[in-house]
Ligand binder design. Structure first.
Ligand code: TPP
Ligand code: SF4
Ligand code: MG
Length: 303
């Protein structure tokens, strides 16, 4: 889409997020999730956006957002959110914000920032009880710079910096968040819009630190046809690779338990980043190990 397809903010009609961005890819699962999340949150949301693919949505003086948006360095979005929240509280306290103006602050970040560079600032913000939403679109790599390995890259996935497949394991950001006992935390995906909308409503209406962790199928970085983005997202859930869950009143509740669970192979085989597990010959050991990890997770959930 060309920049001329964007409109100046004062000309925007009533939908919250317009267009698909000047530089975002067709079929972007991160954008799909953000569209849906923003539709529930609405324009009273101020986004503090860590550097990544979604920062390309706003190219001055054009923006698809109806509300305010602030760009920060990768590690600094939670610190930026603290500054914005403090400023809003001061303005409210001194009567300089119109009565009834209830602006909420939301970090918008990729996994590279969320699982790695920004983790310490995030931990501090949760610890201080900062009243903010934290939206992470997880495309399992540094997408904006060509899909290098991040701490969210799954085991075995090939990236621009792990040509033989990532030898490490995906970090469990949901568990790290819940260890801080936040006000709310949930995993979501654009391919399951009703589950997503209900969780965003809960997150919107709570106060304190709240996480929305969205798996973001990424046609460009994962290697699949843009038209298959929703199907890949559904397979992530139905194979059990991406559990949909939330943290409510101090315990984890799974909001979709895939029964019967599809073999993880059905999810993996559709993506170029896992092609080396199937060609030139099947890597039975690696495939069995991935399946075993998913089985062990669900065995514990269903025990
Ligand atoms: C400290 C620092 N190192 C490197 C970069 C270059 N950089 C910009 S975006 C990006 C990738 C961020 O990855 P992620 O947070 O997962 O977001 P995505 O690009 O996948 O949307 C990188 C490495 C940067 N902006 N700041
Ligand atoms: S690289 Fe992936 S996450 Fe980034 S805009 Fe393209 S599809 Fe979306
Ligand atoms: Mg990423």
């Amino acid at each position: 889409m060309s920049a001329t397809a964007f409109r100046r903010i004062q000309d925007l009609p009533s939908t919250h997020l317009l267009g698909s961005g000047t530089a975002l890819c067709a079929g972007c699962g991160g954008l799909q999730a953000l569209h849906q999340i923003y539709d529930v949150l609405g324009p009273d949301t101020i986004f503090v956006n860590a550097a990544g693919c979604m920062t390309l949505l706003s190219v001055y003086p054009f923006t698809p957002f109806r509300g305010s948006w602030l760009y920060t360095a990768m590690a600094s979005a939670p610190a930026g959110a603290q500054g914005v929240r403090d400023a809003l509280d001061l303005l409210e306290g001194s009567g300089r914000l119109p009565a009834g103006e209830d602006l909420r602050v939301a970090v918008l970040t990729g996994d590279g920032a969320a699982y790695g560079m920004g983790l310490s600032a995030t931990s501090g913000a949760i610890e201080r009880g900062l009243d903010f939403l934290y939206v992470c679109y997880d495309n399992e790599g540094y997408g904006n710079t060509g899909q290098q390995t991040s701490a969210a890259t799954p085991h075995g996935a090939r990236t621009a910096s792990s040509g033989a497949g990532n030898p490490g394991e995906k970090k469990d950001l949901f568990a790290i968040w819940t260890a801080h006992r936040p006000a709310y935390a949930a995993t979501v995906i654009g391919a399951e819009p009703l589950d997503l909308a209900r969780k965003v409503e809960r997150a919107r209406d709570a106060r304190g630190p709240r996480l929305l962790l969205a798996l973001a199928p990424c046609p460009t970085g994962w290697g699949f046809d843009a038209a298959d983005a929703v199907e890949i997202g559904r397979l992530a859930v139905r194979s059990g690779m991406f559990p949909l869950k939330e943290w409510v009143d101090g315990r984890v509740v799974h909001t979709r338990v895939p029964r019967p669970r599809r073999p993880v192979e059905e999810y993996l085989v559709r993506q170029e980043r896992f092609a080396h597990l199937f060609e030139p010959r099947r890597d039975e050991a690696a495939l069995a190990a991935i399946q075993a990890r998913v089985d062990a997770y669900w065995a514990e959930v269903e025990a």
